[in-house]
Design a protein around this ligand. Structure first.
Ligand code: SIN
Length: 303
C-alpha cells in the first residue's frame, strides 16, 4: 500500500498536501464539500495584529493559466482568530493547523506569532514575509537578507513551535534569502509566494486591479516554483515546503522530487474546491505508475 506520510520538521503528516494560505480561508466553507481531516494540514489566511479590510476592488484578474490577486491581507485580526475562529475550527478540523502570520513591522510579526504559538491547535508558524500587495511590511521584509534575518531571529526567540518562513520569488537570489532564514533558526522555508504582475483593461487603458499590481499564481508559475524549490533545496539543510501552480498529483510528485517535503496547493482550490481531495486520492495510483512505494523516499530525488 502506498505510504504518503511525511515528517515536516517534526510534524508527522498523513500526506504532503496542504491548502495554501489565502486560498482556503479558515477551511469552514471547504468542510461542507469534504472531510478536511484527509488533508496533511492547511495554512489559514495570513493573520495580522489588527483586522484588515484589504485592498479596494477589483482585486482579482484572470490570466492565461493563472490569476493575479491583490487582496491586501484581508483578515479579522489575531484577537478574532483566537477567540472565535480557532475554537470553531475544532469542530471541523482535528489536526495541527499552520498559522500564516503577516505583518507590517517586526514587533507585529513577533506579537502575532507569539500569540498564535500559544494556541494548542497551531502546529506550525508560517511567517509570511512575502506578500506583494501591501506597501509597507510583507514583501519588503523578504527581499533583503538582513531584514529577513532580523525578523526571523526575533520571531524564533518568541515561539516554540516549528517556524517556516514563506519566501517571495520576486528577488534575484531566493537561495540567499533561504540561507538567511536558516541562519537565524528557521525550521524550514515555504516557497514560492506569488510573482508580481500587471494586466490592463484595454477599454479604459488602465490597470484592472485597483492596486495596479498583483501576485500571479496558478499553473503558469509551476516551472518557476520548481526551479526555485530545486535551488533552495540545494542551498539549505532545513526542509522546504513547495508551492506554486500545483494542481495535480503528478505536480506534487514533481515538486517533491525537486526537494519539497510537503506541497501546498493554492489557486487550484479557487478553480475546484475539491482539488486537494482529488490530488490526495490520485496520489497512490500515480505513485504506483511511477514505482514509488513511499512518498518520503523521493524528496529531493532529482538533485
Ligand atoms: C494578499 O492578501 O494580498 C495575498 C497574501 C500574500 O500574497 O502573501
Amino acid at each position: 500500500m502506498a505510504d504518503l506520510r511525511v515528517n515536516l520538521a517534526g510534524l508527522m503528516l498523513d500526506n504532503p498536501v496542504i491548502p495554501a494560505s489565502g486560498t482556503f480561508g479558515y477551511g469552514k466553507e471547504f468542510s461542507r464539500y469534504y472531510d478536511l481531516d484527509i488533508l496533511g494540514s492547511f495554512s489559514f489566511k495570513g493573520t495580522t495584529l489588527h483586522p484588515r479590510e484589504g485592498n479596494p476592488l477589483p482585486r482579482i484578474a484572470e490570466t492565461p493559466s493563472g490569476m493575479l490577486n491583490s487582496v491586501g491581507l484581508q483578515n479579522p485580526g489575531v484577537d478574532e482568530v483566537i477567540s472565535r475562529i480557532l475554537p470553531e475550527m475544532k469542530t471541523y478540523f482535528h489536526k495541527p493547523v499552520i498559522a500564516n502570520v503577516s505583518g507590517f513591522s517586526l514587533e507585529e510579526y513577533v506579537e502575532v506569532s507569539r500569540r498564535l504559538d500559544g494556541e494548542d491547535q497551531v502546529g506550525m508558524i508560517e511567517l509570511n514575509i512575502s506578500c506583494p500587495n501591501v506597501r509597507h511590511g510583507g514583501m519588503s521584509f523578504g527581499t533583503d537578507p538582513a531584514c529577513a534575518a532580523e525578523v526571523v531571529g526575533a520571531v524564533r526567540r518568541a515561539v516554540k513551535k516549528p517556524l517556516f518562513v514563506k519566501l517571495t520569488p520576486n528577488v534575484t537570489d531566493i537561495s540567499e534569502m533561504a540561507r538567511a532564514c536558516e541562519g537565524e533558526g528557521a525550521d524550514g522555508v515555504a516557497l514560492i509566494n506569488t510573482l508580481m504582475g500587471l494586466r490592463l483593461d484595454l477599454r479604459t487603458r488602465r490597470p484592472i486591479l485597483a492596486n495596479v499590481t498583483g501576485g500571479l499564481s496558478g499553473p503558469a508559475v509551476l516551472p518557476v516554483a520548481l526551479r526555485m524549490v530545486y535551488a533552495v533545496k540545494k542551498a539549505v539543510k532545513i526542509p522546504v515546503m513547495g508551492m506554486g501552480g500545483v494542481s495535480t498529483a503528478r505536480d506534487v510528485i514533481e515538486m517533491m522530487l525537486c526537494g519539497a517535503t510537503a506541497v501546498q496547493v493554492g489557486a487550484a482550490n479557487l478553480v475546484d474546491p475539491m482539488a486537494c481531495k482529488r490530488i490526495i486520492e490520485d496520489l497512490p495510483a500515480e505513485m504506483d505508475k511511477l514505482g514509488i512505494e513511499k512518498l518520503s523516499d523521493i524528496i529531493g530525488g532529482a538533485l
